[in-house]
Design a protein around this ligand. Structure first.
Ligand SMILES: CC(C)(COP(=O)(O)OP(=O)(O)OC[C@H]1O[C@@H](n2cnc3c(N)ncnc32)[C@H](O)[C@@H]1OP(=O)(O)O)[C@@H](O)C(=O)NCCC(=O)NCCS
Length: 196
């Protein structure tokens, strides 16, 4: 089966899979985002880590187990961030985890909010998933605000859930279901430039 076509276009950004040619710009963006990323995420910040990321997140054929989408500013193609779907499980579950980060110079301009809506369209309308789960540290205010802005529902609390920056960190569990997204996308559609 062919993988779903993965370029999604909004009003100000578009999402597309990462390529080998993005390596230098991606690694540079991660390095300039160290303070922003802090202890919240661990993004590939060396050429070797980027190569591993590509091998894990970009598949040439078949339905993916992981899928990455770069947030590119339309016009100049500047990298604004990334969305990473992992552990995509089909069958009765139809679920994936979603991780994300902005890149420092372009953070705080609304690009990730727009990108999030496009990424959810990818998950629910192209991959046909039923559930997307996102886990966030309880004191990560910007990420909590982003999830709430997009319409994720808080489901629970996972103790010592992911080891980041050398420590097991508690996370709050959020999810968006396909049913939720059908309602939520209607209110975001015009602002983001989602297709009908
Ligand atoms: C969490 C994170 C991805 C949010 O990214 P971001 O770039 O701030 O996201 P956005 O720009 O879309 O956020 C919207 C902000 O831009 C503002 N904004 C500016 N112009 C805007 C526009 N045209 N449209 C919408 N929002 C706009 C919003 O008001 C909002 O600001 P506020 O937080 O003061 O309310 C980013 O902070 C990050 O990478 N953090 C570190 C990594 C991380 O925590 N990842 C998640 C782990 S769970």
């Amino acid at each position: 089966m062919r993988p779903p076509r993965a370029t999604l276009t909004g009003n100000r950004v578009h999402l597309r899979p990462p390529r080998r040619a993005d390596g230098a710009a991606f690694v540079a963006a991660v390095r300039t985002s160290r303070r922003l990323h802090g202890r919240w995420v661990s993004a590939p910040g060396t050429p070797a880590a980027y190569a591993l990321y590509l091998s894990r997140y970009v598949r040439r054929a078949g339905l993916p187990a992981n899928a990455a989408l770069l947030v590119c500013r339309s016009g100049d193609e500047a990298l604004a961030g990334a969305f990473n779907f992992s552990e995509i499980v089909r069958g009765p579950f139809e679920s994936a985890y979603l991780g994300y980060y902005a890149f420092a110079p372009l953070a705080g301009h609304g690009y990730m909010t727009e990108g999030f809506a496009l990424a959810l369209d990818f998950a629910f309308r192209r991959l046909g998933l039923h559930r997307v789960e996102a886990n966030v540290q309880p004191d990560n205010a910007r990420s909590l605000a982003l999830l709430e802005r997009v319409g994720f529902v808080r489901e629970g609390y996972s103790r010592r859930y992911i080891r980041l920056a050398g420590r097991w960190r508690d996370h709050v569990r959020f999810a968006m279901l396909a049913e939720d997204w059908r309602l939520r996308r209607a209110s975001l559609r015009a602002a983001v430039g989602l297709p009908r």
